[in-house]
Write a protein that binds this ligand. Structure first.
Ligand code: DQA
Length: 146
């Protein structure tokens, strides 16, 4: 089972960026832990980050074409990218799982973060548990494919 862990804009700055909101763990920590958690479920995991919408859309096409499940933190794209939503819809329509994750709890923050355009086409969403959101998402995929 292959899982892509995809991270959107500004997440490469984890640990440096607003630690009061996103914590002190770095993006390198996320890569390491994501790999460990995924491998713990027997997954082959690839952790990536981009600030570029077109690159993220391409990775979702790749998930469809290669049959990989997806854990995605779309970051700010969550709230406005219909291109990302349309790409995410192709993943779940292909029968693959796509779990949306957030480090913070967007519902406890500004109004513009309360809406996700990706959520309606995702298998499910995990938000508010720091890097633990990724751990829970990977466990959810493990349960679904068991
Ligand atoms: C985020 C929440 C988004 O609202 C924000 O734009 C991010 C990170 C999170 O992981 O909490 O960049 O997706």
């Amino acid at each position: 089972t292959r899982v892509l862990i995809l991270n959107g804009p500004n997440l490469g700055r984890l640990g440096v960026r607003e630690p009061d909101v996103y914590g002190h763990a770095s993006y390198t920590d996320l890569v390491r832990k994501g790999g460990e958690w995924g491998e713990g479920h027997g997954f082959s995991v690839d952790v990536r980050q981009t600030d570029d919408e077109s690159e993220m859309v391409g990775w979702l096409h790749e998930a469809v074409d290669s049959g990989a499940h997806v854990v995605i933190n779309p970051a700010a794209f969550t709230h406005y990218s219909y291109a990302l939503r349309d790409a995410a819809a192709q993943v779940t329509k292909a029968g693959l799982h796509l779990v949306e994750v957030h480090i913070s709890n967007p519902y406890a923050r500004e109004e513009f973060r309360h809406r996700s355009v990706v959520g309606p086409v995702a298998t499910g969403t995990v938000a508010g548990f720091g890097l633990g959101s990724y751990r829970v998402a990977l466990e959810a995929i493990a349960d679904l494919v068991a």
